[in-house]
Design a protein around this ligand. Sequence first.
Ligand code: ARG
Length: 237
Amino acid sequence: LAMVVLMTGGMAQAAETVVGVDANFMPFEFKVDGKLTGFDVELFEAIAKEIGLDFKWQTMDFNGIIPGLQSKSIDAAIAGITIKSEREEVVDFSHPYYDSGLIILVAADNNDIKVLEDLKGKRVATKLATTSEDYLKKNVDTKELKLLPNTDNLFMELMSGGVDAVFFDSPPLLYFAQNQGKGKVKTVGPLYQGQPYGIAFPEGSPLREKVNVALLKFMEDGTYDKLYEKWFGTSPK
Ligand code: ARG
């Protein structure tokens, strides 16, 4: 009997908040020795502390995040998610917290791809279900478009010669070019299409307003700037 009472008590508790993240997007979210870290991870952890939110991370492929929010299997997500109108129709976003853009990555010795137009007739890789997939489909007549669920696979495809270029969000591409890919790959051309990142919630989530208040406070009190400098090495403009 004691056990039945305990179990009932447990089930009556409110379910813990689950926050989706794709741990493969440096320097925003990635794993070091099995532990999640990065700008997004530390930003959300600081926000949660500020608003007294208990939560657990749920790592998932990026293409599962918007559907996960729609079905409410996750309560929020932070994953360098670009705020865009098609998504705003199905989920709610926080204030934008980072300005990004899309860029081209090629092998260090590649001299014929310099701008987007040069991707015409080429084999290009990007991440599945991202703004880059949409952008490429709308703007470039590639020979082959490889849609991969994982950022590491984009780099492997390029380095093994499986594609001529990768087109994706600039932060992970620049990070790779300066670190593991140093001397082997380079970014070329301008930044394409502004990518304001926001934290996403199921439509109508009461959590959004609380997160926004904390986010704006952090932008004013220096917390945001400190995190930004830690992860990007410069102060936000
Ligand atoms: N910003 C792009 C988008 O929203 C790509 C984000 C990928 N993020 C990630 N954690 N893999 O479509």
